[in-house]
Design a protein around this ligand. Structure first.
Ligand code: ADP
Ligand code: MG
Length: 613
């Protein structure tokens, strides 16, 4: 079987398929469509993103439902609003010749009354996010008691996002005898549990190897010091002037921060994460789809399943917490038979994660060096030259040329070219002749991270801190590291060299985080007691701390001692801009010799600005 006709689809669908331009069914469509058309069965389908799953359930659903009835017969649950809208549009396009079809999207962040009104007009198919769906059921704004087909799309992601209870609740309002079709890119335990719980003898189909990532994607990693992460990102972008990419960060905060920094540096970038309003997210997605934005910085959740073709690069600014997530990320590129590159920026402490990912994707990464500054200048120059060469001449320009020509009568072609290109070249040259990034070699790192981050060598770019909690407060290094990561909302490797003593401890972060750490712990209370953090002179073992006053250890000591300096700091603007401006009497002398503030990546002044497309 190799054509849509042979799959058994009706004329209305075939006509729409021809309009859309699909020529042959994809693997998952080949396998799923005939089964779903012929049988009333439950189904579990495992296939990577970008394999055409929407049509694999959309075609059969459209063919099987009764368009003459206004009853809701199909329910599709998907994890995010973006996906929900995407699926809705897709189903509408497939069903454009199905007379009487009404597909309604139900998702949070938009008017529930509008959505209820749409449903009331008679929606044969509802595409919904679990949260809003549950809400509408509770308020009796939808009736799904006569559903015949339910689809759990991106099931693994829905479970990842904690929708298990919602899904259970929603399905409890649907009839027993309906069919459930579950689509997922991966098959973790939770997904098979769901399958067991809600499905009867499901037919299982798998496209490609389970969890295998797409073939057209090559995987590269760049090993740099953690502080060079952003600089490396810029170089990767600059070395690929035509880049059209998704950049993945681990947290919403980092996503926002990186996007802002890129924009400030003149890149055409945008952020996509859950803290943005729906409207903002829609706008960003629209610009990205239109390729007005070259770099979309996104969290995993927000970018999941988003289907934008022609993405040239996926950049893992930080690796995901779960190696399986990597396959979703890299699956954003290399779609529709095109090739793509998935790049990972790693620091030494994370490099062994690459190995776990290689096992999952069953492909090797290529270790690459961050491009050299001068090589980037050349790439940019040639890209500009090619663009100029490709530029179509606008005849309207002729009438303005006279005065321009006059200006250049004494200039040779050679000089003119040099002048013209120097503008662009100088911008990059000035920046890259100063900017340095050290490519890190792996061998030294193979002694590796012991999990607590110990074993790092001390480094002028790190900041060592003293914190007034220790073993007697119930901490060991792991607990303290977890605590710091959590309250500071930092990534897994941002806090390291955690060294816990009896009544106090030491830890280290990248210098760029110093201001934030100190500002955060100004007035910070935990379990009703003040936690005090200061920059420490001690960068090594953390065994001694000069001039440390005894008796101040523990939460209680901190509270008594520091109340006055705290209010002082607050009155001078709350947040110290010298890192550690709070006067801590004798305590701070050990950190006086350190520069308090470091240049973060965003503060290097004459970085090149990119012209927007
Ligand atoms: P998935 O849900 O598996 O991630 P989608 O259903 O979003 O994949 O489809 C990915 C892209 O491939 C979409 O742009 C879709 O229109 C396109 N597509 C789906 N089926 C076909 C096909 N048979 N031929 C060509 N393109 C297809
Ligand atoms: Mg999909």
């Amino acid at each position: 079987m190799s054509t849509f006709q042979e799959l058994g689809l009706n004329d209305d669908l075939l006509k729409a398929i021809a309009d859309i331009g699909f020529e042959t069914p994809s693997d998952v469509q080949l396998k799923a469509v005939p089964i779903l058309l012929e049988k009333d069965t439950d189904l579990v389908a495992l296939a990577q993103t970008g394999t055409g799953k929407t049509a694999a359930f959309g075609f059969p659903m459209l063919q099987k439902i009764d368009m003459d009835s206004r009853t809701t017969q199909g329910l599709i649950l998907s994890p995010t609003r973006e996906l929900c809208l995407q699926i809705t549009n897709e189903i509408k396009a497939y069903g454009k010749y199905c007379n009487g079809l009404n597909v309604v999207a139900i998702y949070g962040g938009a008017s529930i009354t509008d959505q209820a009104r749409e449903v009331k007009r008679g929606a044969q198919i509802i595409v919904a996010t679990p949260g809003r769906m549950k809400d509408m059921i509770k308020r009796r704004l939808v009736d799904i008691s006569k559903i015949k087909y339910s689809v759990l799309d991106e099931a693994d992601e829905m479970l990842n996002m904690g929708f298990k209870e919602d899904i259970t609740e929603i399905l409890s309002h649907t009839p027993e005898e309906k069919n459930t079709w579950l689509f997922s890119a991966t098959m973790p335990k939770e997904v098979s549990n769901i399958a067991k719980k809600f499905m009867v003898d499901p037919i299982e189909i798998t496209v490609g190897n389970k969890n295998e990532s797409t073939n057209q994607v090559s995987h590269e990693y760049y090993l740099v010091n953690a502080r060079d992460r952003y600089g490396a990102l810029k170089r990767l972008a600059d070395a690929n002037p035509e880049i059209f990419s998704v950049i993945f960060c681990r947290t919403k905060r980092d996503t926002q921060k990186v996007a802002e920094q890129l924009i400030e540096d003149g890149y055409s970038a945008g952020a996509l994460h859950g803290d943005l309003s729906q409207n903002q997210r829609d706008l960003v997605m629209k610009s990205f789809r239109n390729q007005q934005i070259q770099m979309l910085v996104a969290t995993d959740v927000a970018a999941r399943g988003i289907d934008v073709d022609d993405i040239t690069h996926v950049i893992n600014y930080q690796l995901p917490d779960e190696p399986e997530i990597y396959t979703h990320r890299s699956g954003r590129t290399g779609r529709a038979g095109k090739t793509g590159i998935s790049m990972v920026i790693v620091s030494k402490s994370e490099v062994r994660k690459i190995k776990s990912i290689e096992r999952i994707i069953k492909k090797d990464f290529i270790k690459k060096e961050v491009p050299d500054g001068m090589a980037i200048c050349e790439v940019q120059l040639m890209s500009l030259a090619n663009k100029i060469n490709d530029t179509e001449i606008n005849p309207e320009i002729d009438k303005y040329l006279e005065s321009i020509n006059e200006l250049f009568t004494d200039t040779t072609k050679e000089e003119l070219i040099k002048k013209f290109f120097s503008g662009e070249f100088t911008r990059f040259f000035n920046y890259y002749s100063k900017s340095r990034i050290q490519n890190v070699t792996e061998s030294r790192g193979s002694d590796s991270d012991d999990g607590g981050g110990r074993g790092y060598t001390s480094n002028a770019n790190d900041t060592r801190y003293f914190i007034n909690v220790g073993r007697k407060d119930g901490y060991d290094w792991m607990k303290l590291k977890d605590f710091l990561k959590e309250v500071l909302e930092l990534g897994r490797d941002d806090v390291f060299k955690v060294d816990v003593k009896e009544s106090f401890s030491f830890f280290t972060t990248d210098k760029g985080l110093q201001e934030k750490v100190i500002a955060f712990f100004t007035d910070f209370k935990h379990d009703g007691r003040f936690v005090n953090v200061e920059v420490s002179e001690d960068k090594g073992q953390g065994t001694s701390r000069n001039k440390r006053r005894s008796g101040g250890g523990g939460f209680g000591g901190g509270r008594k001692r520091d109340d006055s300096s705290r209010s002082e700091r607050r009155s001078s603007g709350g947040r110290s801009d010298r890192g550690d401006s709070g006067n801590r009497g004798t305590r701070r002398s050990d950190s006086d010799s350190k520069p308090r503030r470091t240049e973060s990546a965003s503060s290097d002044s004459d970085r090149p600005r990119r012209s927007r497309r």
